[in-house]
Design a protein around this ligand. Structure first.
Ligand code: GUN
Length: 291
């Protein structure tokens, strides 16, 4: 069994990005500029956004955080999106999800200029990605593809089973893995799939992205399978300084010995998600997707 070290790979990629930014600025170019918009004070979102801002510094990007209180209106947020769309100093921006219930995530996402949509959530980017055209690709699935590539994990003709059909992870993951060049045969499982255990047992690659800690157990995994764990649920842990720890969707202790490769939580997919956002921001800064 080989542990897939997302922390190490993400550090390498961050270094590559920082090198490229140094060359760009030395040649008289601007630093890429990412803006993060955060509404409210959700603990998880605060942490994610803080990590994104920190990663910007490490990559040599300019970054700006715009905060709104929980009671911000949809109109205020849409106005902010409009301003960022029009600001030539901003290469890319994200609106951290989830948003408070009174604000439509769909409306806000669709208001973002696809050329600045470094999250890859706008339908235009999702559509482009689906047909294999240049697009900003959702960060977590892109990070998983990068991990698979950096570890030289064979994918052609392999059966990939994805658990979860979210717009952010499961669905784009299923499209990327079936694309030419990756060439997996893909099964997408979800809450209405009756024979999930059996399907998982047939998988060469499992991507668990359903948000249920420890859901994938050893009896669901074929010996030699590759297991990618996207889960990051906070579970209470009185021995941890913060009183909680992150737990993945995979019963790591019992599943790991059966695998050829497995991602840990934390330190697997998580760090790759942030570095993928940095890659997209660099692409936005270089106007490399929409020319
Ligand atoms: N919430 C959870 N993951 C993400 C992400 O990748 N981008 C944004 N904007 N919100 C999120």
């Amino acid at each position: 069994m080989e542990l897939i070290d997302g922390k190490k790979v993400s550090k390498e990629i961050r270094q590559e990005i920082a090198d490229e930014v140094r060359q760009m600025t030395a040649a008289g170019g601007r630093q890429p500029h990412l803006v993060a918009v955060l509404v409210g004070h959700d603990g998880g979102s605060e942490t994610y956004v803080a990590n994104k801002i920190k990663a910007c510094e490490e990559c040599g990007f300019k970054s700006t955080l715009i905060r709104f209180e929980d009671n911000a209106t949809e109109a205020e947020l849409l106005q902010c999106v409009g301003r960022l769309n029009a600001d030539p100093d901003v290469d890319g921006f994200i609106v951290q999800l989830p948003l408070p219930k009174h604000i439509s995530e769909e409306k806000v996402t669709e208001a973002i200029d696809p050329r600045k949509d470094v999250d890859g959530f706008h339908p235009q980017n999702v559509g482009r990605m689906t047909i294999g055209a240049p697009a900003f690709v959702s960060a977590t699935p892109q990070g998983i593809v990068d991990l698979i590539r950096r570890y030289d994990i064979p994918t052609a003709g392999k059966h990939a089973v994805i658990i979860g059909r979210s717009n952010i992870v499961g669905r784009p993951m299923s499209i990327l893995l079936s694309q030419k060049g990756i060439d997996c045969t893909v099964t997408v499982c979800h809450s209405r799939t009756p024979n999930m255990q059996e399907l998982c047992r047939q998988a060469d690659i499992i991507v668990a992205a359903l948000g249920k800690p420890g859901f994938v157990t050893a009896d669901m995994v074929k010996p030699g399978a590759v297991v990618i764990d996207v889960g990051t649920t906070r579970v209470s842990d009185p021995t941890a300084q913060r009183g909680w720890r992150l737990k993945g969707d995979v019963d790591f202790e019992n599943v790991a010995p059966k695998c050829s490769f497995i991602t840990p939580v934390p330190g697997g997919v998580g760090p790759m998600t942030i570095v993928s956002l940095m890659k997209n921001t660099l692409l936005a800064g270089k106007k490399a997707i929409y020319k």
